[in-house]
Design a protein around this ligand. Structure first.
Ligand code: CA
Length: 228
C-alpha cells in the first residue's frame, strides 16, 4: 500500500514532508499525537510509518513499542532531533526499521520511505498475542496453550485486528475492510458468518477469550466473565 502515516507535531515540518512525499507519489496521512496515530493504525493498513520521537503525548518510541507488542509489523522510520548514538541504538532496538535525524533533506526522506514501502512485511515473523491467544499468521493458525486450530484467511484477518486491538473495540467496517479489502464482495452478513465460525474455533481450543458484540460500537475480545 503506497500510503503512509506521518506522526509529527511540528505543523510546518509535517506539511513540507507531506508535500515532498506526495510529489514522489506517496500519499501521507498526518496526525500530531501518539493517541491519534494509535487509532489511525487500527483502521488503515498503512504501508509505512514515519514517527517523530518528541510527541505532545509522549515518546514516539514508546508508541512503537506498544505497536510491536500488539503485533503491528508496519515498517517504521523514526525521526529525531537527537542525533546521539544512544538514541539511534534505542530506536532500532525498539522495533524501528530505519532512523533519520532532523533536519533532513527531503530527497533522503523520500528515499528512506520508498525503501520501507518496498520491504515485504512478511520478513517479520510476528506472532501477535492477547490473553491466552497467540496468532501464527505464517501457519494460518491460532493457538491457546498446546491447542491450535487453523483459520481461513478472512478469519485470520479479523482475529488479527481484534488481537491488535487488545480488548479495545474495533468497528465493524474496519473488520470487513481487513477481511475482504476494499473491492471484496462482502454480503451483508459475511462478517457475522465469519465471526460465528471464529467463536466456535476459539471455544474448540479452550480459549477464555470471547468475541463480544458491543452494540452500535463494534466488536472486541473479552475474557469470559467480564461484562460487556
Ligand atoms: Ca516533535
Amino acid at each position: 500500500m503506497n500510503r503512509i502515516l506521518l506522526v509529527e507535531d511540528h505543523e510546518r515540518l509535517a506539511r513540507l514532508t507531506c508535500s515532498g512525499l506526495q510529489a514522489a507519489g506517496i500519499a501521507a496521512d498526518v496526525v500530531q499525537r501518539g493517541d491519534a496515530a494509535w487509532a489511525a493504525i487500527q483502521e488503515v493498513p498503512y504501508g509505512a510509518l514515519v514517527l517523530d520521537r518528541g510527541l505532545p503525548d509522549g515518546d514516539g518510541i514508546a508508541l512503537l513499542q506498544r505497536l510491536r507488542a500488539r503485533g503491528f509489523g508496519v515498517p517504521c522510520l523514526v525521526l529525531t532531533a537527537r542525533d546521539a548514538l544512544h538514541d539511534r541504538v534505542e530506536g532500532l532496538e525498539s522495533g524501528a526499521d530505519d532512523y533519520l535525524a532532523k533536519p533532513f533533506a527531503m530527497d533522503e526522506m523520500v528515499a528512506r520511505v520508498r525503501a520501507l514501502l518496498r520491504r515485504p512485511v512478511a520478513c517479520r515473523p510476528l506472532e501477535p498475542a492477547h490473553g491466552d491467544l497467540r496468532l501464527k499468521p505464517a501457519e494460518a493458525t491460532v493457538c491457546c496453550g498446546a491447542e491450535r486450530v487453523s483459520l481461513a484467511p478472512s478469519e485470520m484477518q479479523i482475529l488479527l485486528l481484534l488481537v491488535q486491538g487488545g480488548g479495545e473495540t474495533v468497528r465493524r467496517a474496519a473488520l470487513e475492510l481487513a477481511a475482504w479489502g476494499l473491492g471484496g464482495a462482502v454480503t451483508p452478513n459475511a462478517l457475522d458468518v465469519a465471526l460465528h465460525r471464529l467463536r466456535r474455533k476459539l471455544l474448540a481450543i479452550g480459549s477464555r477469550q470471547r468475541v463480544v458484540n458491543l452494540r452500535g460500537l463494534g466488536y472486541a475480545l473479552r475474557p469470559v466473565g467480564v461484562a460487556e
